[in-house]
Structures are given as structure tokens and as C-alpha cells.
Ligand binder design. Structure first.
Ligand code: GEK
Length: 244
């Protein structure tokens, strides 16, 4: 299926109201995230490889905030460990409907996938060996993030892995300004106009709340991950493997 172009913020009217993961967003999501997040494809591909290394036989692998299932598919395509299954979770019915439609005929010989509509901050997790949380923690209410990560940590078997990718902010205001400017250049280079950039920024403010890299690392350590290793960094986007 070819991806539709993200033109949601092309007119000022279309940017009215806050950002929601509704049907309009679901339809253009692959184009939107590819043009907005530097290294997105690399992080998704790496998630498959990391899952392959950390998956244990007969266990669950979670993709939390799965959207249209890009990470789910990468994992399903890489993991060969016997008896694993993927639980892909999102609280947007519109996203899951698109994901199910796109993967109605998943490639044969890959892991079974359950698509679940649930709020990940209220979930009871099964024991698992890998959890992917790619660009989703940033949308969870700040006060609920530590409990979610703590729940994930307790659900993971020893030596299991959390894959965490996030947009971050710099502690130093000048560095933040520099990287923010470069990110805007990245979006311009990918065809977004000034109007679209401003509209999206306004809509997403207070919806996507980024934190510093240190805040992430300290919290992961506090909830009991014994090793936290960065595997990706470009502009204000980072990803880590946290080992239980
Ligand atoms: C990818 N991981 O392609 N519970 C469940 N899902 C949620 C919640 C919540 N409380 N809040 C937001 N979401 C994907 C990309 S997108 C990132 C993840 C982005 C979902 C939301 O519906 C959306 O599908 C996803 O988290 C975030 O690698 O849009 O920048």
C-alpha cells in the first residue's frame, strides 16, 4: 500500500485544536513520521535486531504505542526464537484499524501478532522478554511515566530488554536552540512549509512533552534496569536499550 502524503497542516484552519491520533493522522502517519523524525527507519530496523538478540523462547514481546505496526513488523521479521508472540498495543482505534488493514496478510513464517486497544499506562503486563516503546513515552502524562516503566521492568524476565526511543530536550538552552533549528531545517528539507511546521508545533504542544536524556537514564536506573545503553542519537532524538 503506498503511503499518503501528510498535508494535515497545509492550511491554517486544519491546524485548529490539539493533536489527536485520529483517522486523518492514521492515514498519513508513515509519511508524517518519516519526514519528521531523523533516523526513524534506522531505529525501527535496529529494534528488530535488538529483539532478535534478547527474545527468549516461549515469551511475549510487546510493542507499546505500536501505531501502524512498523516496529511490530520489524520484530516479526527478525525474531526466530521459537514460541514467541507479539502483543502490539495502542489506545487509538484509528491507528489499530489501519495497522490491521495493512497487515491483514502478514508475511508467512513470522511471529503471531495480537493487536490490542488499551491505554499502556493502565495495563497489566504479562511476563515478557522484549518491550519496544518507540516514541510513545513522550505522549504519556509525565506523572505516569515512572509507574509505567516500573511495571515494564517488573514484567521483563532477567536479561530481557526495553527498547526506548524518544524526542528529547537539551539541558543547555543554547544547545536546545541549535538542535531545534537544525530539526526545523530537517523538516523544511523534507518538504514541510513554514505554515505546516508552525501548525504542527502549535497542535502538538502540551501533547508531546519531551524530557532530557539524563531524566530518562536516571528514571530507568531508578526503576531497576541494570544497564542503560544509548544506541542512537541524531539531533534531539535518542534511543536506548535498557537491560533488566
Ligand atoms: C512506531 N511506535 O512507528 N496508550 C497507548 N498508546 C498510546 C498512548 C497510551 N496512553 N498515548 C499515545 N499512544 C510507533 C510510533 S507514535 C509516535 C509511535 C509519534 C500512541 C498513539 O496513539 C500513537 O499511535 C503512538 O502512541 C505514538 O515506531 O506519533 O510521534
Amino acid at each position: 500500500m503506498s503511503d499518503l502524503e501528510d498535508n494535515l497542516f497545509k492550511t491554517p484552519l486544519s491546524s485548529a485544536g490539539g493533536f489527536r491520533f485520529d483517522e486523518k493522522v492514521a492515514l498519513v502517519f508513515p509519511d508524517m513520521i518519516r519526514r519528521s523524525v531523523p533516523g526513524y527507519g534506522h531505529i525501527i530496523g535496529s529494534s528488530g535486531l535488538i529483539a532478535k538478540r534478547y527474545a527468549k523462547a516461549n515469551t511475549v514481546i510487546y510493542d507499546l504505542g505500536c501505531s501502524l505496526g512498523a516496529t511490530t513488523l520489524a520484530i516479526a521479521g527478525e525474531v526466530e526464537t521459537p514460541g514467541c508472540r507479539i502483543i502490539a498495543v495502542d489506545n487509538s482505534e484509528a491507528m489499530l484499524a489501519q495497522a490491521r488493514m495493512r497487515l491483514s496478510e502478514p508475511p508467512i513464517d513470522t511471529l503471531p501478532i495480537d493487536w490490542v486497544c488499551e491505554d499502556i499506562s493502565d495495563m497489566t503486563f504479562e511476563r515478557c522478554s522484549v518491550v519496544a516503546l518507540n516514541f510513545t513515552l513522550q505522549f504519556i502524562e509525565k506523572g505516569k511515566r515512572e509507574k509505567l516503566l516500573s511495571d515494564v521492568r517488573r514484567a521483563l524476565y532477567p536479561n530481557g530488554a526495553l527498547i526506548l526511543a524518544e524526542k528529547i530536550v537539551q539541558e543547555n538552552a543554547k544547545s536546545q536552540d541549535t538542535l531545534n533549528t537544525l530539526h526545523l531545517d530537517f523538516k523544511r528539507a523534507n518538504g514541510y512549509s513554514e505554515l505546516e511546521i508552525a501548525g504542527k508545533r502549535q497542535a502538538i504542544e502540551n501533547v508531546l512533552v519531551p524530557e532530557t536524556a539524563n531524566a530518562h537514564i536516571e528514571r530507568l536506573t531508578r526503576v531497576g534496569f541494570r544497564e542503560v545503553t544509548e544506541f542512537f542519537h541524531c539531533l534531539n532524538f535518542k534511543a536506548w536499550i535498557a537491560v533488566a
